[in-house]
Design a protein around this ligand. Structure first.
Ligand code: FEO
Length: 395
């Protein structure tokens, strides 16, 4: 199944409706995904990227219905990660002499993963290749967006930016164009993708967007490697990235808690009541982190200006779900957000100071030393929780 994109550019990727987990178990894909690859047929015939390993055979078989593999002049690998390079070994088995254009870092990642004795031709920002009919491919390195090897490829004449992971989202759609997608679902997947994958690289994202815009290249289409192709007002997603990359936050406070005997859950409810009393227009989300998809949790943190993390003390520490989220927060390195800790305990009460230290390590500004409650909260303790909520609502 191939889909025309523009003139002699065709989508030759794979829609994966079944995908529920990506990066092993690290990223949930509630709405599946796509692995977008593109075929350009000018005087030179060029393939941009491939698909994930399980679909390698299917991908190359389908590609052969579009072009005789011997007529391919070269492949551009914008990124070496397996979801885009997975079909490369099968393609190279059938066309072992096919030149591969990629960054120097991608040579390392592709060799490291597949150990193939292939003909690599390295490119860097500003390099271009004439593909005939007045058109060229221009390469732009996208180092650490999100791998060292990432790059984008721009097709002059058709004004298409093949951006790979950047501006993508895990979203299976039958006809992958942004104007044909459900906009609410599309943007929910875009912000989740940014929050969970690109947050640590936000400073680089902001700089790269400025760098690309300064080139003054006309961009008619942004052809990503996951989800929709942006053809209707394509720079709308660039503007979103520019906003998300600058320490994005909304007027939202999110309470993340785990609970064993409902004490910490009751604290969370009371803190939320206090916030409502003090700032009724602030969006408040109260989330049991043990029962909620961890990537959806991270998306809510991304939107927040303040978070509260609560766990009962267990074994001188915090619950497994709490530790998992705190580890994710530390790795994602959110900026310009505040935080506080809370939780019940029975005798020693290490949970709250442990969460507070972890939040501090993760780069959050500590808005309050936090609140620990001995045993199950009574009326006075719940009032203390409401008072904490009232205080932090305006933090
Ligand atoms: Fe979609 Fe970084 O791979």
């Amino acid at each position: 199944m191939h889909i025309p994109v523009k003139n002699n550019v065709t989508w030759v990727g794979k829609i994966d409706w079944e995908l529920k987990r990506f990066h092993g178990e690290e990223y949930s894909t509630h709405r599946g995904s796509t692995y977008n690859a593109y075929l350009i047929k000018e005087e030179k015939n060029v393939l941009i990227d491939t698909v994930w390993i399980p679909y390698a055979q299917e991908f190359v078989d389908n590609l052969e219905t579009e072009i005789d593999l011997n007529d391919l002049d070269f492949i551009v690998m914008n990124h070496g990660e397996i979801d885009h390079s997975g079909a490369l070994p099968e393609l190279m088995r059938r066309r072992p002499d096919l030149p591969i254009y990629c960054t120097a870092a991608a040579v390392k990642s592709l060799k490291g993963q597949y150990h193939g004795d292939w003909e690599f031709r390295t490119v860097k920002t500003g390099d271009s290749i004439d593909i005939g009919n007045g058109k060229s491919l221009v390469f732009v390195e996208m180092k650490m967006l999100h791998w060292p090897d990432s790059m984008a490829t721009y097709l002059t004449g058709d004004n298409i930016l093949f951006s790979n992971d950047a501006f993508g989202q895990h979203y299976a759609v039958n006809h992958p164009f942004n104007d044909l997608a459900n906009q609410e679902e599309l943007y929910a997947e875009c912000i989740k993708y940014y929050a969970n994958i690109l947050t640590p690289f936000s400073a680089l994202v902001a700089r790269k967007i400025d760098e690309v815009l300064a080139l003054n290249l006309p961009i008619d289409i942004i052809a990503t490697s996951h989800g929709v192709i942006w053809r209707d007002n394509p720079t709308q997603i660039v503007e979103k990235y520019a906003a998300w990359a600058r320490d994005y936050q909304e007027d939202q406070i999110t309470l993340l808690y785990d609970t064993m005997w409902e004490g910490t859950r009751r604290m969370a409810d009371a803190i939320a009541e206090g916030i409502r009393d003090s700032r009724p227009n602030t969006m408040v989300k109260v989330i049991n982190i043990a029962r909620t998809d961890k990537n959806d949790v991270i998306t809510e943190v991304f939107k927040s200006r303040l978070i509260l993390v609560g766990s009962p003390t267990i074994g001188k520490g915090v619950t497994n779900a709490t530790a998992g989220i705190l580890e994710m927060l530390e790795c994602l390195r959110f900026k310009n957000k505040k935080a506080a800790a809370f939780g019940c305990y029975g005798w020693s009460g290490e949970g709250v100071p442990r969460i507070r230290a972890w939040l501090e390590r993760a780069g959050f500004a500590i808005a309050d030393e936090g609140l620990g409650v001995l045993w199950n909260p009574d009326i006075d303790a719940l009032e203390n929780c409401r008072a904490l909520g009232r205080k932090l609502a305006n933090a």
